[in-house]
Design a protein around this ligand. Structure first.
Ligand SMILES: *Cc1c(COP(=O)(O)O)cnc(C)c1O
Length: 393
């Protein structure tokens, strides 16, 4: 059997198109799931997989990424805000969903009505959540310990206080502490000593929680990089986001980018030697050449910082992007090669045909593939690939 991605919907030919490939998400999920000891969430000895679909599934569509991951090994979902969690519920997704980044004035009542799990980074948040809960319908919470980023999560100095307050609320029937979570700052550098510090702090945090009488079955520290490289960090649950969409921050594992951005040629011109191109005239044709215009720019997610370095695939070859990346358009230098209006350039994709990957765009612009994917603007047509399974008998 082989899978052939097809566009589900007819698209406007003049618009850039973002083709999201759930088969790639499925394959990546299987790779990630194979790195952990299988187990039901919270089961002794097993590690479950949470699919992190924050920021609209890293720009590819939260529900699309979630469904593909859940069908191939993930058993729960993670998001930042309550609003993101409610959006998944509105899509009819009814697996456990954890929301971990909210203000104290977030819609916790709505979150609890929708059955979302909530992370608790402070006693203030705990207070707000218990006020939204009612006895007999406790909020499912994950206490969040800062294990080394000084970012989200409770400071270690306040951890015991938070655990005691959570235990009190649990006895009152207002919360159920189902989890303890941490996060690693340098998991993409597997040997870095900060990872051992983070793991030790996390183990201490779990111990303190237990000493307070809490019994958190879901203990989670690892994201994609640690899932791939650091089994000691796995505990009973790992939270993977980037890996699902084909980003491996650890540089150890072949994952498949789950998106292809393409754009049609909308203008072609022949120019004389000495013709400057684009804002700032940063590039000038050294000889007579053919230029092709694509209607895709930094508003669509192409980093402007890649100007002067980027290239895209058109008619089977890499073509340099010349001059600056504008908000809405880029110019390609074709030399003396033929090109026709309506030819499609592959701007970014899994790399199968030689097109640049999100990682390559990230290198050109001094950023991460995460930022490239989450930077896609509203303008491209978003299309979800469907697959046609063909027998190869
Ligand atoms: C984004 C995020 C994750 C997922 O990280 P990846 O590296 O994308 O797998 C996990 N946990 C927290 C707290 C996050 O913010």
């Amino acid at each position: 059997m082989s899978a052939v991605p097809l566009a589900r919907a007819a698209t406007r030919s003049a618009a850039p198109r973002l083709l999201v490939d759930p088969e790639a998400v499925a394959a990546n999920t299987r790779v990630l799931a194979a790195r952990v000891t299988p187990g039901a969430p919270g089961a002794p000895g097993g590690t479950a997989l949470m699919a992190v679909v924050k920021a609209d599934g890293f720009g590819l569509g939260a529900a699309t990424v979630a469904r593909a991951a859940l069908a191939h090994g993930a058993t729960s979902l993670g998001v930042t805000t309550v609003a993101e969690g409610l959006a998944l519920r509105a899509e009819g997704i009814d697996v456990p969903v954890l929301s971990w980044l909210n203000g104290v004035d977030a819609d916790f009542a709505g979150a609890l009505a929708a059955g979302l799990d909530l992370a608790v980074p402070s006693t203030e948040h705990l207070g707000a959540i218990t006020r939204a809960a009612s006895p007999g319908r406790p909020a499912r919470v994950h206490l969040h310990l800062d294990t080394g980023l000084a970012r989200d999560g409770a400071e270690p100095s306040g951890w015991a206080t938070l655990c005691r307050a959570a235990r009190t609320a649990e006895r009152a029937g207002l919360v159920q502490v189902v989890g303890v979570m941490g996060h690693l700052a340098l998991a993409d550098e597997p040997g870095h000593p900060a990872n051992a510090v983070g793991r030790t702090r996390f183990a201490w945090g779990v111990q303190v929680a237990r000493a307070c009488g809490l019994r958190p079955a879901l203990r989670h520290l690892a994201a994609t990089a640690a899932t791939l490289t650091d089994p000691q960090s796995h505990h009973t649950l790992v939270r993977v986001g980037a890996g699902l969409v084909g980003i491996d921050p650890s540089g150890t594992t072949a994952l498949r980018p789950a998106v292809t951005l393409s754009a049609p040629v909308v203008q072609v011109r022949r120019v004389r030697a000495g013709t400057p191109v684009g804002y700032g005239h940063t590039w000038t044709a050294a000889r007579a050449t053919t230029l092709a215009l694509l209607p895709v720019g930094y508003a669509d997610g192409l980093p402007r910082a890649a100007s002067g370095r980027a290239s895209v695939l058109l008619r089977g070859q890499r073509r340099p992007v010349v001059g600056r990346v504008s908000m809405d358009q880029v110019v390609l230098d074709l030399g003396d090669d033929a090109v026709a209006l309506g030819d499609t350039a592959t701007v970014l994709g899994p790399g199968d045909a030689g097109e640049p990957t999100p990682a390559e765009w990230a290198t050109w612009s001094g950023t991460l593939p995460h930022e490239v994917l989450t930077g896609f603007g509203p303008r491209p047509d978003r299309v979800v690939a469907t697959t046609v399974l063909r027998s190869v008998r």
